[in-house]
Design a protein around this ligand. Structure first.
Ligand SMILES: [Zn+2]
Length: 470
């Protein structure tokens, strides 16, 4: 693939050079201007297109018809995220397994995998869990959290959490904290949510993904309350009449995607997002996570680390590719007592997953990127204009039916790929600015024999962030 990209880039550059050296006398002024604009875009600066092209794009009809869009970034035919709940993890455990998952460093367990897998974090620990949580005999007070216990004036792992959020190893909030208690006391209050959001707004630790946690003493949970489903009646986070109400703050401060505690044995999804109406009337995106298998009509939870080989099987990955779907696999990567949670079967499973990515079949992505991509791919609004043998595609907006219409950032449209007859003579613009050439990927025929052009996915980042101070 790389060679094809390089050669198409060379051909493209030659065309530009020919145009500039007057090799074709018949070209119009407008085409020359376009060529100049595109040539300039090689220097990575945003560019203004000619008025004629802008006019043609404005005149052409805007659409978010899926026909022209490839479902996944080329060459992939499926996307998978491992979504990890931070239960019982310590900073040491977190760093040990993420160093193996995310970097390509030599670790005591072999070379790191270099996969884009992120985790969750919480602000408080209010659990009365009585067992040790690691081999160093640490108790629940050492659980990785932003504040010490329930004291928002006393920072604990705040610096680490902000650091790992900014570099992408944390992308989700596992609710405000661990409020699971055997004594059945509910320690969560709205004041804790107020203090948490104040600090999060100040520090920039602001995940877009919310994942509910734990037992019915976690009254901060929300999104699954139903008068018919008694099990979820404890959820108070979205009930304006409840002392545990917080979704006005939580949705207002940037949470866009919510896992509402409803487990699923379904592994693949055409689209993991679904609209979730909360009890305060707010709308937010819910998302599905694979959490369990049904064995003899009973739920068998598979979201523990050493069950990775049962969760991620060759058969399921092949199915994902064949169907062209998404999967979000729920896990608790830091829950085990040992610092490094993976046994050899787990490692083999993760290596197999990596092979699917290396072979261009499945893109492994942190949860927030997968969900952002799904939302953008589904609701991207674009216009297409043809001028003098060239095709221009302008991305106008993301028309999110829940959160409204917005001009996206480049990161929010990474991976968006359009089927076109001739990628070499197609240009992609964002809000009428040509997207720099080094952010564009032109692709030959895929398995459906269709050529395409897209915005490049995020560059892989194998940096060992455990060695970089925040
Ligand atoms: Zn949890």
């Amino acid at each position: 693939m790389f060679r094809r990209l390089v050669s198409s880039y060379i051909v493209f550059t030659i065309i530009i050079v020919v145009l500039f050296t007057g090799g074709c006398k018949a070209i119009s002024k407008e085409t020359r201007e376009t060529a100049k604009t595109i040539a300039k875009s090689d220097t990575n600066s945003p560019n203004i297109i000619s008025e004629a092209i802008k006019h043609a794009l404005e005149k052409s009809s805007k659409t978010n018809s899926g026909n022209q869009l490839r479902k996944f970034p080329y060459p992939f035919d499926g996307m998978l995220a491992i979504s990890s709940d931070i239960d019982l993890s310590t900073v040491d455990k977190f760093e040990s397994y993420h160093r193996f998952l995310n970097t390509k460093e030599q670790t005591p367990y072999g070379q790191g995998l270099g996969l884009d897998i992120a985790d969750s974090a919480w602000m408080y620990v209010g659990s009365d869990y009585s067992e040790k949580i690691d081999q160093k005999d640490h108790s629940i007070v050492s659980e990785m959290s932003y504040f010490q216990g329930l004291d928002s004036n006393h920072l604990k792992d705040a610096d680490k959490i902000v650091h790992y959020f900014k570099v992408g190893w944390i992308d989700s909030l596992h609710t405000f904290g661990d409020f699971s208690r055997d004594d059945k006391k509910i320690l969560f209050t709205r004041n804790l949510a107020v203090a948490a959001w104040k600090t999060m707004n100040e520090s920039g630790f602001k995940p877009k993904v919310w994942i509910n946690h734990g037992s019915p003493t976690n009254a901060q949970n929300f999104g699954a309350y139903s008068p018919k489903e008694h099990f979820f009646n404890y959820q108070g986070g979205d009930n304006p009449k409840s002392p545990y109400y917080h979704t006005d703050l939580t949705i207002g401060n940037g949470i866009r995607y919510v896992w509402n505690s409803v487990g699923k044995s379904q592994f693949t999804y055409d689209n993991p997002l679904f609209p979730l109406r909360l009890r305060d009337g707010r709308l937010v995106w819910g998302f599905f996570r694979y959490t369990d298998d049904i064995i003899k009509h009973k739920i068998d939870w598979t979201w523990e680390t050493n069950e990775l080989p049962y969760q991620i099987t060759k058969q399921r990955l092949d199915q994902l590719v064949k169907e062209g779907k998404y999967s979000i696999v729920a896990q608790h990567l830091g829950k085990g007592i040992i610092d490094f949670p993976f046994n050899s079967a787990d490692i083999q499973t993760l290596q197999m997953l990596k092979t699917y990515q290396d072979e261009g079949k499945i893109l492994v992505s942190r949860t927030v990127r997968l969900l952002d991509y799904d939302r953008s791919q589904k609701y991207v609004n674009y216009s297409i204009a043809q001028i003098e043998g060239k095709t221009y595609i302008n991305i106008n907006s993301i028309d999110d039916p829940l959160f409204g219409k917005e001009i996206p950032t480049l990161d929010e449209i990474r991976g968006i790929t359009f089927y076109v007859d001739n990628p070499e003579s197609t240009y992609v613009l964002l809000n009428y600015n040509i997207i720099p050439e080094n952010e564009i990927q032109r692709n030959g025929p895929d398995r459906d024999n269709k050529k395409s052009i897209g915005i490049r996915w995020f560059k892989p980042d194998y940096t060992d962030y455990t060695k970089i101070n925040n």
